[in-house]
Design a protein around this ligand. Structure first.
Ligand code: NDP
Ligand code: 8X3
Length: 250
């Protein structure tokens, strides 16, 4: 039987690669994102019988609900929700950060994820489906300028554990994916479109790719149904940890 997944943030990076990975293995995908032209490219490449495009801003609850209502019958039975849409904005320390950017991260990474999950839980329970929430290493490891972005991802990781508790006995599986450095449009977005900054960050690092993360999501979602992977934290070999800092002027 053909399975269906819904992926937010399917116009780029992890989300697009996830749609491509699952559809190449026979799944149908509801592909979400604001950029309708990118979604149309996915439909053209993978076929209208495999891709249902859903163009909406995840922060717009009415648009989200209308898009869910309009999902056509062949895509209606949902087996997997991949909450992937998200962003970081800025790298300024908290005392210099832009409050509007903080709010946009919270609205996108937290409020929208919660709203969509709440809307789809009945369908997922009915199908004994699965939820994969895309968090980040920033959920666990603080770094300068990570402030609210890291906070939103810590929320995502903790929410996932809470969902595991609440969904006990339903058969619904919940997993958090916590990636480190991966080359997508993430840094372009974070820097307001600074291509040089993005290229410089990834230069010489052999970063992870969207395909790497998609493969991880594929693995998690296709294990035997009695197995739940709670959390996957992954980094490129080139990335590791740096320690604490001490101010000697205080
Ligand atoms: P990209 O910028 O390449 O993709 C982000 C996706 O999110 C796009 O498809 C974008 O679609 C969508 N999105 C952003 N804001 C909205 C919105 N308001 N409404 C609808 N869709 C939105 O980045 P990644 O693929 O790297 O990021 C995917 C997830 O992975 C994010 O949650 C990110 O925080 C996380 N992550 C990324 C890491 C990295 O190093 N790249 C590491 C760890 C986690 P559109 O613009 O068309 O709306
Ligand atoms: C993205 C990874 O390290 O830039 O979530 O925060 S990091």
């Amino acid at each position: 039987m053909t399975k269906t997944l819904l992926v937010t943030g399917a116009t780029s990076g992890f989300g697009r690669a996830t749609v491509e990975r699952f559809v190449s293995a026979g799944w149908r995908a509801i592909a979400c994102g604001r950029r309708a032209d990118r979604l149309a490219e996915l439909v053209a490449a993978l076929g209208p019988e495999k891709i249902h495009p859903c163009a909406f801003d995840v922060r717009d609850e009415a648009a989200m609900r209308a898009a869910l209502e309009a999902i056509p019958a062949p895509f209606a039975d949902l087996d997997l929700l991949v909450n992937n849409a998200g962003l970081a904005l800025g790298t300024a320390p908290a005392q210099h950060a832009d409050l509007a950017q903080w709010r946009q991260m919270i609205d996108t990474n937290v409020t929208a994820l919660v709203t969509l999950t709440h809307a789809l839980l009945p369908r997922l329970i009915e199908r004994r489906g699965a939820i994969v929430n895309v968090s980040s290493v920033a959920a666990t490891y603080p770094y300068l300028g990570g402030n609210v972005y890291g906070g939103t991802k810590a929320f995502v990781s903790q929410l996932s554990l809470g969902l595991r508790s609440d969904l006990h006995g339903t058969g619904v599986r919940v997993t958090t994916i916590e990636p480190g450095l991966a080359e997508t449009e993430f840094t372009l977005v974070r820097t307001g479109g600074n291509r040089e900054a993005s290229d410089t960050l990834y230069a010489g690092t052999s970063p992870m790719t969207g395909a790497d993360i998609a493969e991880c999501i594929w693995w998690v979602a296709n294990l035997p149904s009695h197995l739940n992977i709670n959390r996957v934290e992954l980094m490129p070999v080139s990335q590791s940890f740096a320690g604490f800092q001490v101010a000697r002027t205080l």
